[in-house]
Design a protein around this ligand. Sequence first.
Ligand SMILES: Nc1ncnc2c1ncn2[C@@H]1O[C@H](COP(=O)(O)OP(=O)(O)OP(=O)(O)O)[C@@H](O)[C@H]1O
Length: 614
Amino acid sequence: MTSQADIQVSSSNIHTKHSDPSSDPSSDPSSQKAPLNLLKNLVPFLARYKLRMAGAMTALLVTTAITLSFGSGLRLLIDEGFATQSTDRLNQILLGMLVLAVIFAIGTIIRFFLVTTLGELVTKDIRQSVFNHVVKLHPSYFEENRSGEIMSRLTTDTTLLQSIIGSSVSFALRSGLTMVGGLIMMLITNPKLTMVVILAVPLVLIPMIVFGKKVRELSKRSQDRVADVGTFAGEMIQQIKTVQSYNREAYEINNFDKEVSGAYDVSKLRIRYRSILMGSAIFLSFFAIGIMIWVGGSDVIHGRMQPGELAEFVLYAMMVAMGVASISEVMGELQRAAGATERLMDLINVHSEIQTPEHPIDASSSKNGDIEFKQLSFNYPTRPDKPAIDDIQLSIKQGQTIAIVGPSGAGKSTIFELLLRFYDPQKGQILVNQHNIKDWSLDALRQNMAWVPQHPILFSADVMHNIRYGKPDATFEEVVEAAKAANAHEFIEKLPQGYESYLGENGVRLSGGQKQRIVIARAILNNPNILLLDEATSALDAQSEHLVQNALDRLVLSRTTLVIAHRLSTIKNADCIVVMDEGRIVETGTHDQLMQTSKLYQNLARLQFMTSAQ
Ligand SMILES: Nc1ncnc2c1ncn2[C@@H]1O[C@H](COP(=O)(O)OP(=O)(O)OP(=O)(O)O)[C@@H](O)[C@H]1O
């Protein structure tokens, strides 16, 4: 069976790189129009539910046939039931219609259930496919594409597809079938009157199309304005402390008022056009029906037509008119769905530049933490002209601690990004355990390492989930042990629900030092061979600093450690210090050696390490 992530869909129009979408007015995810043939990309997703679709189609055919037969029922009722004054015949006809009504109701229930769940299922599958793919993409993709844009594809675009597959398409099919069936029945019932109707159709349709277009345009603008309101409120809520600390509440309230009023003004205009549209549609429809009844009524008076036949005809004409109106409405929606499909497929078809090789090395055979950088050069894809790493040569033995120091922008963090294979270097190699990291499976390589970033990253979940993140199958005891080693157990115990305490978004409910210790516990639990440690620059109070330092000392034990160092104590404990500047290694040595030989190091030491907590 094909897994959801494996589904690759052909699209003739794939853009993997996007310029800043904010400058492109057509990038609004919910309003773009696109060629309908893009909808064919949905076929693989729909194909999984063939039975459901066949069931829905059968129910649709049955209910449409019954809808059409109501016309004949009405004629029989008038011409045979009422006109012949026969109660028996009336009962028979009504009973027949009742049976049909029951079948119609059951058919509608089945169709509605199957089609709506189909929409939900397809949306769920598409969301899963897109997300499965996105989490495995190379990180530089997210630098070239705004995260808001990607999220809006996952939510807005898929929701649009859900409403379209789950209702609009079925609505269009139903209307189309009723329209064609109604037209055939009209021709059979009375060809002359059919001609009158066909001539009257443009009279009704033209104003509807003109106003309808304006209404659609305004609803798109109205949606945009509502989205602006959301963005504005979102930013203010995120920045609430800045807003309040500068006493800007009244100012922002005023700005929000403007946003909301702007959205209301557009809605008012849309409602005005819509009211005119509804009024003129009602008037013109009645006008057209009036002409039809006048022509048909004359025929009834002159005995050229039965009254029931006229009623039947009017019913069919109304069905056809409603069918035409709803199809024209659904066409616009289908175009939006095509746009949404295109954007989702663009995302699914982006090829991840960082992949596990076809035949990765057997990582279990070599378990140690030797690292070697061989003539390594790298520039970020978005900065092709400026190397972030320039011809680096460095060999680190299992168990050594290497402190990397250098001014801001020297390339220290980039070393970590390359080791974790978030990017591949343009030149040179990185060897881990004597194997090029490109020959490792990504899982094994990253399993071998733990990364403690400068700013601790916590998920909005409980303590347990956060510590266990790298080893989800760890037992409670293992987690507690790791927390103890990280000096975190004591404060975790004091939290309201201990290890089950919810930490809030990015751990807002913890102090800086506590967050760091949770992240250290996560790394300890992972028990990596290689530790990548980005020391925090922001000073903690002496007590927290001591606790964090103590936890780090335990973490570093017996592992190969690369630490971007900001504290003198770390530097002094390192086996070797690597001084970097502008992507190059400019010096290596111990603290005392470098204090003698390196001007850059002396400066760094004076400005950074001597002033920080030791
Ligand atoms: N994602 C990125 N895209 C493009 N350029 C980047 C990216 N990340 C870093 N750079 C650039 O690469 C160079 C090295 O950055 P890096 O983050 O490795 O420096 P650093 O030594 O860790 O600095 P700091 O101590 O300030 O964190 C810098 O010039 C930086 O502007």
